[in-house]
Design a binder for this molecule. Structure first.
Ligand code: GCU
Length: 354
């Protein structure tokens, strides 16, 4: 039986010494994501208790956006924080009286109570496995989480109707706007007493945004991209799963219109632009759409070092493999962000920031 995870492979051009983060970001802005808007002049932050967490209200250019911050009880010195956008945001995490953003427009997975495009009471506490606060705290991290649909509606018709697009102008596509939102979470973390380094995390479309933000923003100390797939860690050169043509057909608002990578540029360049900072790429065996094998190949190419297990061995053995600042983990199962993905990521991140 052929394994559909292994498809035709065109190979990847090596990352050249002149392809530094700036050049790579310029090229990806031109050909794929469109530009990331410039930073705002400043942001204001209000903090108020919200159950065991704190609600942060970020004031940006006359608008406000919410995030929730969970800091571990036991801490000595500044706590590193994982900052992320999520489909449900803090509403999906159990145990916090977080208010529903009635205006957010999301694409919610069925398993999380998704139906329609609005956040709803039935989604409350539905994604504990995606954001396992205790494990994150045990590894020494805080978590700063916000709902992506509050910043940019995830809908090809409505995405410019509220949130960032009407404020920042029409020259930006959604993934760049989500990346910009992640950078505002970094601004917020930087302005908070007791908070140290910031690592970005994201699942799937939000893994794409986390990688793009990490490549653009040198303040980001590391990135954990789970099942980020096409326009994330998965290269076009591996003909498996989603292609850029598939993606732009279904989600025309995510990327620059008419997006396509020129010969010689592929997602491993984006991954390399995050080095030498930490990068954790995770995938799952049944998630062929997100091309776990291609993502592994891109990571190996981006690392610039040899000595990675070959893809067939990585596939049969699974688990965590690390070379330098780059780390990969494969598990059984489907497209999701699970405690197993976190345990792999935290095993690397925990050691690096404690
Ligand atoms: C779709 C899309 C992917 C995306 C995924 C997700 O499957 O095609 O590109 O990563 O949704 O965000 O869950």
């Amino acid at each position: 039986m052929t394994n559909t995870a292994f498809g035709p492979w065109r190979g990847l051009a090596p990352v050249r010494a002149d392809q530094g983060p700036q050049e790579v970001c310029d090229a990806f802005a031109r050909h794929l994501y469109g530009p990331v808007p410039p930073a705002p002049r400043g942001i204001s932050i209000e903090r108020e208790p919200c159950g065991p967490a704190e609600r942060l209200t970020l004031g940006i250019g006359g608008a406000t956006f919410d995030a929730l911050l969970w800091l571990p009880d036991r801490r000595r010195g500044p706590v590193p924080v994982i900052a992320a956008l999520d489909f449900l945001g803090p509403l999906g995490v159990p145990g916090v009286p977080y208010p529903i953003d009635e205006g957010a427009i999301i694409c919610a997975p069925q398993a999380l109570g998704g139906e329609g495009q609005r956040l709803a009471e039935r989604m409350r506490g539905r994604s504990p496995g995606r954001w396992p606060i205790e494990a994150i705290h045990e590894a020494g991290f805080g978590l700063l989480l916000s709902c992506y649909g509050s910043w940019v509606p995830d809908d090809p018709d409505a995405w410019q109707s509220r949130g960032l697009a009407p404020r920042l102008g029409s020259g930006y596509a959604a993934i760049s706007l989500w990346a910009w939102a992640l950078m505002r979470l970094v601004d917020a973390a930087e302005g908070l007493e007791g908070v140290g380094d910031v690592v970005l995390a994201g699942h799937s479309r939000l893994g794409k945004a986390a990688l793009w933000a990490g490549a653009n923003d040198p303040r980001v100390a590391g990135v954990f991209a789970n099942a980020s797939g096409c326009a994330g860690a998965a290269p076009e050169a591996h003909l498996v799963g989603e292609t850029l043509a598939d993606l732009t057909r279904r989600y025309p608002h995510w990327l620059r219109m008419g997006a396509g990578l020129p010969e010689g540029l592929d997602q491993h360049h984006l991954l390399a632009a995050i080095a030498p900072r930490l990068l954790v790429v995770t995938g799952a065996r049944d998630d062929i759409w997100a091309d776990p094998v291609g993502s592994y190949r891109a990571l190996c190419a981006a690392s610039g070092v040899n000595g990675w297990p070959d893809p067939a061995r990585m596939w049969s053995e699974g688990g965590v493999v690390r070379r330098g600042a780059m780390c990969h983990a494969l598990r059984d199962g489907e497209h999701d962000l699970t405690p197993q993905d976190w345990s792999a990521a935290l095993s690397v991140l925990g050691g690096a920031f404690s």
